[in-house]
Design a protein. Structure first.
Length: 212
């Protein structure tokens, strides 16, 4: 079986199994780049929420701000919960590796979803994201970065969350900047933050806003 099938099937099973528990979890705190992203989108703009999960807090936030929202997620269970949580958004069961839109969205939002991709799959999805953005469209992307400099980020990529095993990988700032600059995207802002929660432990957040 190929890498894509292995990673996607593993993660799909995991997220379906944790959906109910995850719906009760406390969400990671906001960061200033989310407002930065929203403030630069056109009024009533169209946002693609990539890995939209339960629809909380982000799809709900975007709808409240007047945006049109399409949330896509690999997990059918997450989609069911999201549809109840945010009835004014649209949700679709879809792997981000199968995105196929052309200049459709004013903004793409990915909070802690692309770290579930291997480097090769990440590059493919990055290409699909850029294709899906309108000219001058924005991408918000948050990930985990390595906890210590020089850490082998490919050593332990199978992690456990709420009792389920899934693929997850940290990404370095320079890796992300290289991938998106090669696709013609310009980094507008980068934010680093260490945050702690009961459910997810210590997370070394790195967030970006890119412009096409």
């Amino acid at each position: 079986m190929d890498e894509k099938f292995n990673i996607i099937s593993l993660n799909k099973k995991a997220w379906n199994n944790v959906a109910e528990k995850y719906a009760k979890a406390k969400y990671t705190s906001s960061n200033p780049l989310i407002d930065f992203f929203c403030d630069r989108l056109p009024k009533n703009g169209f946002i693609l929420d990539l890995g939209s999960g339960t629809g909380l807090p982000f799809a709900k936030l975007f709808v409240e701000k007047g945006f049109n929202v399409l949330g896509v997620d690999i997990s059918s269970q997450m989609i069911k919960i999201a549809q109840k949580n945010v009835p004014l958004a649209n949700f679709k069961e879809l792997s981000m590796t199968d995105l196929d839109y052309d200049k459709k969205f004013d903004g793409v939002f990915s909070s802690y979803s692309m770290l579930l991709l291997s480097p090769q799959l990440f590059k493919d999805v990055a290409n699909r994201i850029v294709k899906s953005l309108k000219d001058k469209g924005l991408l918000y992307l948050s990930l985990n970065e390595p906890r210590v400099e020089g850490e082998d980020v490919d050593k332990e990529v199978i992690v456990e969350l709420m009792g389920e095993k899934m693929y997850s990988r940290a990404y370095r700032e320079e890796e992300i900047l290289t991938i998106f600059s090669l696709l013609g995207m310009k980094a507008l802002k980068i934010h680093h933050k260490i945050q702690t929660s009961k459910e997810f432990g210590i997370e070394h957040l790195i967030a970006f806003v890119f412009k096409k």
